[in-house]
Design a protein. Structure first.
Length: 562
């Protein structure tokens, strides 16, 4: 929830009060604790990487020369294609850069339909869309979805940027650990990464680095050094202080092999966002996601591919046998070549006198491929293509979509939760940098929230629109057939506003209720004026019908001013 306020931040410097002593020993102790928790699922993640993304993990941080052993377990591209299709489908369906996939709304439902409010919310949402588009957000998001599909979680760092307001950094699986508080909210993050000696000095200053880095920058500036970045709730937090390391979250950088801290600062907001596929309350990391469920089928597919290849090879290039007398005589397997027989009429023949049922093997293999793609919702994202038979109607396709959306809904809600954190973070950056559009007085002190209106989100809400259409049709039929006064049961303006919200219609395309009221008042005034004119005309006609003269012969019309 985001709030709008006129309250100014007091930047008056306050004295620093000594508190908890943050040092290298403390952070290394915390890092070891978090690493031990991560090691519980490390082997599972490594196995997933072997079958889905062998080059996207980074378990060996401290030695840049060590590389992950090349895997030979992927002998069929189906899992790679399934992951790619999932990523593309989520990009197109949930966060397409060409669509308005989110909007800003007011939590106060009493004034949410005010055109002034809707206009400001639309401008703020458009500003955020421009910020996302100018940053690297849409470049890293496909890989975020890939990691989420395979490993059930993915993390990005949010960094302020002078040119684009914010920039994003995707973190490799295995290079970080995180932990949650009692509310099951991630509030501690430990990241390990490699930096060259020259980059460390450029980032942190030569006066803050170790002797090893100073020596390396003279001999080999590109020597890689392990650096640790740790962020957690600040034990010395002071909400009235504007000192960096007194902020809500403490941020510390240090060399893994040196006791000296490279930098100690802080953040007002947690600078990492983790996409999760949900996990058990007692687990710190997800252990039940798409990749985990698909892994048994992928293993079976790889085995079946090997057996299928063996069967085909036995048919195409079978092992042969023949009499010993032909051993040293030339044997050719080219088409049309003649091979001699021995004196007993014995020639060359296959060792196996069987015919492998390769068609059945191929069918089972293909069915297994489709199951793997279903794990990654490929059938949902390609629903129109997969249901393109002329015998299927649009209604049937929509019903199939709704059925599939039920399966995708839990994951989509988790994705929305992470995206909402990113959009909230950007909103605060807009506030601090003073680039928010001017907001009307009616919004002061109000809270706003993010509402997702992507293709997938709309598909989940399509039932609301269908219900409204069925309801209005029902009321119209009842009113026309029984009693026209029943048509008043429908609040037309409210239903139009709600329909526009559900259908993600731009507020500028809907006439404000205030203008409708003015138009209605003008129409009522015009109608009253017309009624008065009709009454005058009726009176004049009445006089004419009486003969136009009174008892003394004077003209009645001139006496009434007609």
């Amino acid at each position: 929830m985001l709030g709008l306020s006129d309250k100014k931040v007091d930047k008056t410097k306050k004295p620093v009060i000594e508190g908890f002593n943050y040092n290298k020993r403390y952070f290394e102790s915390r890092r070891n604790q978090m690493q031990s928790v991560f090691n519980v699922i490390k082997s599972d993640l490594s196995e997933l990487a072997d079958y889905f993304a062998p080059n996207s993990v980074k378990f060996l941080i401290n030695d840049v020369n060590k590389k992950r052993k090349p895997t030979n377990k992927i002998i069929d591209s189906t899992p790679l294609i399934a992951v790619r299709n999932f990523s593309s489908g989520m990009m197109t369906g949930a966060t397409s850069p060409t669509r308005r996939w989110f909007k800003t709304v007011l939590m106060n439902r009493d004034i949410e339909n005010s055109h002034e409010v809707k206009d400001w919310c639309a401008k703020q949402a458009e500003l955020t869309r421009k910020i996302l588009y100018s940053s690297n957000f849409y470049q890293i998001l496909p890989n975020v979805y890939k990691q989420l599909a395979i490993f059930s979680f993915s993390a990005i760092a949010l960094l302020p940027d002078y040119d684009t307001v914010v920039k994003f950094k995707l973190l490799p699986i295995g290079s970080y650990y995180y932990s949650k508080n009692y509310k099951d909210i991630i509030d501690t993050f430990c990241r390990n990464f490699m930096m060259s000696a020259k980059d460390i000095i450029a980032e942190f200053g030569i006066e803050n680095v170790s002797d090893r880095v100073k020596s390396a920058v003279e001999k080999n500036p590109d020597e890689m050094i392990e650096v640790v970045h740790f962020v957690e709730p600040n034990k010395n937090y002071d909400k009235n202080s504007n000192i960096n390391f007194r902020k809500k979250y403490i941020s510390v950088y240090y060399e893994a092999a040196d006791d000296k801290l490279l930098r100690k600062s802080g953040f007002s907001r947690f600078p990492f966002v983790v996409f999760e596929n949900g996990c058990n309350v007692e687990d710190n990391y997800p252990t039940d996601g798409i990749g985990f469920c698909a892994l048994p089928d992928v293993k079976q597919l790889m085995t079946m591919v090997k057996e299928y290849a063996k069967a085909v090879k036995k048919m195409v290039s079978p092992a042969i046998k023949g009499p010993a007398s032909l051993k040293n005589k030339g044997i050719a397997d080219t088409p049309g070549h003649y091979n001699q027989e021995d004196e007993n009429g014995r020639g060359i023949s296959p060792v196996y006198e069987i015919n492998p049922r390769v068609l059945e093997l191929k069918q089972e293999k293909d069915e297994l491929k489709e199951i793997i793609k279903e794990h990654f919702y490929n059938d949902l994202f390609a629903m129109i293509l997969n249901t393109a038979e002329r015998t299927r109607t649009a209604t049937e396709i929509n019903e199939l979509k709704e059925e599939k959306m039920v399966l995708l809904s839990p994951l989509l809600e988790q994705i929305h939760s992470a995206l909402r954190q990113i959009l909230d973070w950007i909103f605060f950056e807009e506030t601090e940098k003073g680039i928010l559009p001017p907001y009307p007085d009616i919004l002061k002190g109000q809270e706003i929230e993010i509402e997702f209106v992507s293709t997938l989100a709309q598909a989940m809400r399509a039932q609301n629109i269908a219900s409204m259409e069925r309801f209005t049709t029902f009321v119209a039929n009842i009113g026309n057939s029984i009693d026209p006064i029943l048509l008043k049961k429908v609040k037309g303006e409210k239903m139009i506003d709600d329909y526009a919200d559900f259908a993600n219609i731009d507020p500028s395309q809907v006439t404000p209720s205030e203008e409708i009221d003015e138009y209605r008042q003008a129409m009522e005034a015009k109608q009253q004026q017309q009624e008065m004119m009709n009454q005058l005309q009726t009176g004049g006609q009445f006089v004419k019908n009486m003969g136009g003269v009174d008892a003394i012969g004077q003209n009645l019309m001139s006496r009434v001013g007609a």
